[in-house]
Ligand binder design. Structure first.
Ligand SMILES: Cc1ncc(COP(=O)(O)O)c(C=O)c1O
Length: 414
């Protein structure tokens, strides 16, 4: 792979690492503009996982044989890579889960289930993915707590002007928000919200599912208490994600899932829990998936997270320019320098599913739908949008292919 430094990224060379691009789709080159949904995987990750299965696979933590030791080293090595990626103070604070959704559910159930009650409030924003909305809405209701939403202003930015009123009306215990919006690409300045949360004595939960693939995420600089990521969005395999949590909070929490591996001792009368992070990793781990995530971390670190972010800003600026020339288009979201590689749009009154289907015939893969953000869609006054999203392997000509495809869509519906 091409190793780059600073803010230059050789997307064309990196792209050659991704076997998926070696095929034609409907006899056209593949323009894969759906990376915010799930990213493609480089050969380095695919091959490393195959090799692991072929040479090092066994169950972890339980075996004294060589393969058990190798597999355990692979899993724990990956945990250290995720710790370093997030600048977490302690490797025991990295809990492997299936995905960001599971990480957020873990916090909602295990922390919220024991710390929320009548008179307390959970605060989320109108721009949350359902994964950081529904678990909190559910647990707040179940615990008799209030569920409060920070609204968006007319520019679809977080409107923090009502925070003082929320502080007067509620005993805020949790503030949960994303760092990068999957639907609009907005990169939030979370500083004011984090400070406000901590002034209220609340925990701050950061959904970094869309941030970690695209920019440097530092849990200490963010001053959050919990943070969730998904491996499949950052060049890693599906079925693996991570929760980072402050050790003091994780230690005080009840486990989420119960069974093998997460215990200290089991007696008829009483079971005690194991140490971090094992207390939250019941059952056999996603061993090779975790190892693959570690390899993906190596890959994006070698490409350079600053370089990836700069590359996406350039692509977004180019895409906004190209798409804004198309008659009838409505673009949603902030200026290019404040968003990750996401462009959401609607084309006249053509249903996004029709747009996406016609684009697919031209080799262009985008997502159409509500993007698991129905509160946002409600605010925008639409049922769905189209979303093109970019990553380190995205090339400007894919955006040209998208723009050309949209002209074709217009002709079809003329
Ligand atoms: C901002 C955000 N949060 C959470 C999630 C959930 O991720 P997963 O489906 O991997 O659990 C997504 C997925 O699209 C997302 O974009």
């Amino acid at each position: 792979m091409a190793v780059t430094t600073g803010t230059t990224l050789d997307a064309r060379t990196l792209r050659a690492d991704f076997p998926i691009f070696e095929q034609l789709i409907h006899d056209k080159p593949l323009a894969y503009l759906d990376s915010a949904n799930s990213s493609q995987k480089p050969r380095q990750v695919i091959d490393a996982m195959s090799e692991f299965y072929e040479t090092s696979y066994a169950n972890v933590h339980r075996a004294v044989h060589v393969l058990g030791e190798r597999a355990t080293a692979g899993l724990e090595g990956a945990r250290e890579k995720v710790r370093a990626l997030l600048n977490a103070p302690d490797v025991r604070e990295i809990v492997f889960v299936r995905n960001a959704t599971e990480a957020l559910n873990l916090v909602a159930y295990s922390w919220g289930g024991n710390n929320l009650g009548p008179g307390d409030a959970v605060v989320v924003t109108e721009l949350e993915h359902h994964s950081n909305f529904v678990p909190w809405q559910y647990i707040a209701k179940r615990q008799g707590a209030d569920f409060v939403m920070v609204p968006l202003d007319e520019n679809n930015e977080l409107d923090l002007s009502g925070l003082d009123q929320i502080a007067r009306d509620f005993n805020v215990k949790v503030v949960a928000t994303n760092l990068v919006s999957n639907a609009l690409g907005t990169i939030h300045d979370l500083g004011p919200l984090t400070r406000w949360a901590h002034e209220q004595g609340a925990i701050f939960v950061c959904d970094a599912a869309q941030a970690a693939p695209h920019m440097r995420v530092d849990v200490q600089a963010l001053d959050c208490d919990f943070l969730a990521i998904s491996g499949h969005k950052m060049c890693g395999p599906s079925g693996i994600g991570a929760l980072w949590g402050r050790a003091s909070l994780l230690q005080a929490m009840e486990p989420f899932l119960l069974g093998g591996h997460m215990i200290n001792s089991v007696r008829y009368e009483k079971t005690t829990w194991g140490e971090l992070p094992h207390k939250f990793e019941a059952g056999t781990s996603p061993i090779v998936e975790a190892y693959g995530l570690g390899c993906a971390v190596d890959y994006i670190e070698a490409a350079g997270l600053d370089a990836i972010e700069a590359h996406e800003h350039e692509l977004v600026a180019y895409a906004l320019g190209r798409l804004s020339e198309i008659p009838g288009i409505t673009l949603y979201g902030p200026p290019a320098d404040r968003r990750a590689g996401v462009v959401s749009f609607n084309l006249a009154d053509i249903h996004p599913h029709d747009v996406a289907q016609i684009l697919d015939r031209q080799g262009v893969a985008i997502r159409a739908g509500h993007h698991c953000c129905q509160p946002l869609m409600h605010k925008l006054g639409v049922a769905a949008t189209n979303r093109a999203s970019f990553y380190l392997y995205t090339l400007p000509e894919e955006i040209d292919q998208l723009a050309d495809g949209l002209y074709t869509v217009r002709k079809v519906f003329a």
